[in-house]
Design a protein around this ligand. Structure first.
Ligand code: FE2
Length: 189
């Protein structure tokens, strides 16, 4: 289950219905998906996409997505810091950012045009849709591990456009999930 925080209101949401309703109010889609027991740590991209083919087809039809892939990040990933630095500054995309987390955790900060700035900590079983044009940034949690299915309307549209607002520097990337508490690294691009 995701954990949603509204830092400026000192508010934390952990209830599924409350989270879904709150996020809908700031334009963010949130769903819980059942994770089959059969998903193993060593499952290949093809096996994972096949396992979720029904759900992926459903999402493709609902959101006009044409392709899906699996991103798999761990501390052993080459150039991990450089990869993360691309997305830990406030940015937006010309297409939706749709992520279904299979393993690990991640922290989205959403900066709505209307509504409070919101941190969404996702974990396995969480599907999130950040609509195109939404200002946001993303960090990993302390174990720097995430495996997620990504859906694309057009992969070229997923290039980040930076707002250069600097707002991201005012919020710590603190995850509240089990055993992960880590601040954003001090060195920023
Ligand atoms: Fe993004």
């Amino acid at each position: 289950m995701a954990i949603v925080r509204v830092p400026n209101e000192d508010r934390t949401l952990r209830d599924k219905e409350e989270i879904t309703d709150f996020l809908a109010g700031i334009g963010i889609g949130y769903e819980r998906w059942h994770l089959p027991e059969a998903v193993g740590d060593d499952a290949s991209t093809e096996e994972i996409l096949a396992m979720y083919s029904e759900q992926i087809e459903n999402l493709k039809q609902r959101g006009g997505y044409v392709t899906a892939d699996v991103i798999d990040v761990s501390p052993a990933t080459p150039n991990l810091d450089a990869m993360l630095a691309k997305f830990s500054r406030e940015h937006w995309h010309e297409e939706d950012e749709v992520r279904f987390t299979l393993r690990g955790r991640g922290l989205f900060h959403i900066h709505p045009r209307q509504g409070p700035l919101t941190a969404i900590e996702v974990e396995s079983g969480d599907l999130i849709c950040v609509p195109r044009g939404t200002w946001h940034w993303f960090d990993l949690c302390g174990d720097r591990t995430i495996q997620a299915i990504r859906l694309f309307q057009d992969q070229s549209g997923w290039t980040p456009h930076y707002t250069d607002s600097g707002i991201d520097r005012g919020y710590q990337s603190v995850c509240l999930g089990p055993s992960y508490v880590r601040s954003r690294p001090a060195i920023r691009p």
